[in-house]
Design a binder for this molecule. Structure first.
Ligand code: SAM
Length: 301
């Protein structure tokens, strides 16, 4: 089969002349991000996916799942802080939080910092991602050490079916919608999340980049709008994701929620103490401001 041969060829070719290139696929047609390698620290095929841990020349340690970069130690804080603090600070009392995916531990690390969060439940499908992150990405996996965090190894979609009326905030830090994360991008997943929330609850998911595929962002938001009272899109810059950019789809059950203004404000000393490097009150509001063409595209019926 030609397709299969081509696919294998691309996988084999991912590391060439000391450079790692992200797998070419339909999510970012016609482009491929590359990083200069120092060495490959680890490679294996887990039950769910191909896992690589790379030591790169300028981006620190990099985790790659099924050929796609998940995080690098140079810029991960942009994504982890924003996917955590945008929903947490849009909720007046985010006491009980669920994280789906997030096997590197970075989102658990950030959510643990929030002074009002009492319990953090996390469901990650692949135990090997957690174990390898503890070994190679200790500054992210430290999130699992926090006593508030209770980690379950299992499928997030299945977990969501088994929990109702339980969480104030649900953060889906999944890989891209190919492989084990496919179900976490389906419309029915939004319905399950809605049922797993307590009244006034908020969900936030990795929502793709408008530069890569604005139609896809719109489709995700439209799916979310069928189940949530208000839905918005926020974005952040992060050089190691395709186009250097990633977005978040955020939805709430309470029509009084105003995503654009943080409800919890931290002094400079608190920001320092929480080791926040990207997130500020101004960044929170700015993340919801969109270029004109994106606003027009997303508001089009
Ligand atoms: N920040 C990253 C990004 O957007 O590229 C994602 C990081 S995190 C490593 C993604 C995690 O989601 C992976 O560890 C993967 O195993 C997990 N995952 C994928 N599908 C899942 C599912 N159905 N249930 C729970 N976890 C899942």
């Amino acid at each position: 089969d030609y397709c299969e041969i081509e696919c294998v060829f691309i996988m084999v070719d991912q590391i060439l002349n000391g450079w790692f290139s992200e797998i070419q696929n339909e999510l970012w047609p016609g482009q491929a991000f590359s990083l200069k390698l120092s060495r490959v620290l680890h490679e294996e095929k887990s039950k769910y996916q191909d896992i690589k841990v790379l030591d790169t020349a300028t981006y620190g340690t990099c985790l790659v799942l099924d050929g796609i970069i998940q995080c690098t130690t140079r810029d991960e804080f942009s994504y982890q802080e924003m996917i955590s603090f945008l929903p947490l600070n849009s909720h007046p009392a985010p006491k009980k939080v669920l994280i789906v995916g997030g096997g590197d531990g970075g989102v658990a690390r950030e959510v643990s910092k929030h002074p009002l969060v009492e319990e953090i439940h996390q469901v990650e499908i692949d135990e090997r991602v957690v174990e390898l992150s503890k070994e190679f990405l200790p500054n992210m996996a430290c999130g699992f050490k926090n006593p508030k965090v209770k980690l379950t190894i299992g499928d997030g979609f299945k977990y969501m079916k088994e929990h109702t009326n339980e969480f104030d905030v649900i953060i889906t830090d999944s890989s891209d919608p190919v492989g084990p994360a496919e179900s976490l991008f389906q419309e029915s997943y939004y319905e399950l999340m809605k049922n797993a929330l307590r009244p006034g609850g908020i969900v936030c998911s990795q929502g793709g980049s408008f530069w890569l595929n604005c139609a896809y962002v719109k489709k995700t938001m439209d799916g979310c709008k069928k189940h949530f009272t208000k839905v918005s899109y926020a974005h952040t810059s992060i050089p190691s994701y395709p186009c250097g950019h990633i977005g978040f789809v955020i939805g709430c059950l309470d029509s009084n929620t105003n995503f654009k203004t943080s409800l919890h404000n931290y002094s400079e000393a608190e920001l320092e103490n929480m080791k926040l490097k990207y997130y500020t009150r101004n960044i929170h509001s700015a993340a919801f401001s969109l270029p004109r063409w994106v606003e027009l595209f997303l508001s089009n019926e």
